[in-house]
Design a protein around this ligand. Structure first.
Ligand code: BEZ
Length: 275
């Protein structure tokens, strides 16, 4: 499966500005909830550059299991393949790992049915905004009966402040930010309803506020890495650097303490089972 859209992701920016996304401190609660077991076949939906696929899922399903990393970005997947090539575990070849490029909305078209024991997703589902219910139905179709769907994504109030300032500043340049906003940050009630409508039993679904210190690149680095849909919507005559600086300036009062930028991530963490 391949997407023809231009790839706005940069593995280099993602790895240098946002490696906290796949840090064990932030991901271990969701990995514990998944509780991957030897011999299982697991799909990592929105695997990015594959750090968790390789460091957490692959070891957990050994021996005899397998892992599929799935992502829409060719650049992130290229980095995942490079990471896999230098990972001792994937080279031991007791557990195959494969990488698939695709849009999470197209899982139903993948041709695979009841093929996975679990689908895992970290920090990716909020990008699949066009039709989240379609994504969830696709996951449901891929799972074996009794299979688990376990994930963490941005939930309601995620990036509070940053998102509204992006909307306000873009509005000042005549851009309708709501029309280009790529993020879906549901409440537990909204996401539980989507899971249940697809046929899942919801075992847990909760919001976890998590203030997140940003690396040295600060909010400007975060915007470069993740806010491309907003910045790309600006007219060509507008200086993006100036817009980013203005967004940062307005947010400093809440988000910058000394030299340290901290952003308010609110995670929605869930576990659902195909009944
Ligand atoms: C998140 O992981 O919550 C997130 C990351 C980038 C943009 C928006 C949300």
């Amino acid at each position: 499966m391949s997407t023809s859209k231009e790839d706005k992701w940069s593995a280099e920016r993602y790895n240098s500005n946002a490696s906290f996304v796949y840090s064990s401190a932030y991901t271990s609660p969701t990995l514990d909830l998944l509780s991957a077991r030897p011999g299982e076949r697991i799909l990592d939906l929105g695997c990015g550059s594959g750090e968790l696929t390789l460091s957490a899922l692959l070891p957990a399903v050994q021996p005899n299991g397998s892992v599929v990393g799935f992502d829409a970005s060719p650049d992130l997947l290229a980095k995942a393949r490079t990471n896999a090539a230098s990972s001792p575990l994937s080279n031991e070849a007791t557990v195959p790992v494969t990488w698939i490029e695709g849009d999470g909305h197209d899982l139903e078209k993948s041709g695979e049915k009841e093929a996975f024991d679990a689908v895992f997703s970290n920090a990716a589902l909020h990008w699949m905004k066009r039709d989240p219910a379609q994504v969830v139905r696709g996951v449901y179709g891929l799972l074996k009966p009794g299979g688990r769907f376990v994930g963490e994504m941005g939930g309601a109030m995620n990036m509070i402040g940053v998102r509204s300032v992006l909307h306000t500043v873009l509005g000042e340049y005549g851009v309708d930010a709501a029309a280009v906003d790529p993020w879906f940050f549901p409440t537990p009630a909204q996401y539980s309803a989507i899971l249940q409508a697809a046929g899942f039993g919801v075992e847990s679904c909760e919001l976890i506020p998590r203030p997140t210190p940003l690396p040295e690149s600060g909010l400007a680095g975060w915007l470069d890495t993740f806010a491309f849909a907003f910045l790309d919507a600006l007219p060509a005559t507008v200086d993006r650097e100036q817009v980013k600086a203005e967004v940062c300036r307005r947010l400093e009062v809440d988000m910058k303490h000394g030299e340290q930028w901290t952003t308010m991530y609110v995670r929605l963490r869930f576990k659902a089972r195909k009944e």
